[in-house]
Design a protein around this ligand. Sequence first.
Ligand SMILES: NC(=O)c1ccc[n+]([C@@H]2O[C@H](COP(=O)([O-])OP(=O)(O)OC[C@H]3O[C@@H](n4cnc5c(N)ncnc54)[C@H](O)[C@@H]3O)[C@@H](O)[C@H]2O)c1
Length: 334
Amino acid sequence: MKVLVTGVSGYIGSHAALELLRAGHEVSGFDNLSNSSEEAVRRVRELAGKPLAFTKLDLLDADGLKTLLAQGFDAVMHFAGLKAVGESVEKPALYRRNNVDGSRNLFEAMQKAGCRRLVFSSSCTVYGEVKKNPVDEKHPRSAVNPYGQTKLDVEDMGFALSKKDPRWKIALLRYFNPVGADPSGRLGEDPRGTPNNLMPFVMQTAVGRRDKVRVFGDDYPTPDGTCVRDYIHVTDLALGHLAALEKLDSFAGAEAVNLGTGHGRSVLEVLAAASKAAGRRIPYEIAPQRAGDAAAIWADPALALEKLGWRAERDLDAMCADHWRWQKDNPAGY
Ligand SMILES: NC(=O)c1ccc[n+]([C@@H]2O[C@H](COP(=O)([O-])OP(=O)(O)OC[C@H]3O[C@@H](n4cnc5c(N)ncnc54)[C@H](O)[C@@H]3O)[C@@H](O)[C@H]2O)c1
């Protein structure tokens, strides 16, 4: 298929583009480079040994999107967006404009070009305050911050589009916690500034860029008192996108599917696995709980297996080994 990848130089988009190329798809991508480097695209080409057309373009450039989509694509994988929860609380209007208005521009350009196959990066954040684990796709949705609200809004746009025009086929993939890197060590997560997520913070500490990890809370009702999340290897996540793309025509309009492993791991377990991978003790200190952090959340991944024939294969040790290889070989990022 001829696939357009938005946010192609970002962490997940670059890994998805690589797996698409490896599977024989023709890939083009765009990004405004607000949170990424074009070097990632160069490395995807190098790893795949195949061309990957890149355009510097913003989701807010509606005319630019229409021109690009007029090239004719079979499907779009939509990763582009802002994703920092804390920043979204400070700048809710920016998040709304970029993620929601930007996605609307994209969907309008797709509609105009007659491209109605879409795979969208949603998130487990749409489950809001989790009532029981594991979380399946029927769990009620709610937003606990402006970032989460943008995911709800884009999901709703997807549901509305397919209701109005059943030719739309949309996979709303709800990711749990993506970590890891391509095993080559050439591609990885390169957050600007202080990382918001645990794994990049842990790995930047292991490589000496940061003093220590602050573990927010050891008094949660979890086995070791620290927060539990469902970490998923970014390559497994990318392969989940491929599986969704291949099964998209069997979708009844827009449908949500969890992408997680089904296993919750605590912060201390991650630190232990990361220390093992890095071959050194990663310093940490226990800090007070952070407002808004849920004690535990992990996925029920049964629907992904049933609908997409996909399941996550890589364990926490592989996630840490691959993330560490990327961090060690690229201590300052791209
Ligand atoms: N990483 C996670 O933990 C996680 C979890 C759940 C969902 N997601 C979602 O997955 C998607 C990809 O996340 P990621 O971790 O790869 O983040 P990322 O920041 O590495 O990638 C997103 C890319 O989108 C680009 N971008 C942002 N706004 C844009 C705009 N207006 N026009 C064009 N490009 C724009 C950025 O420059 C960046 O390269 C995001 O939508 C994110 O919300 C991520």
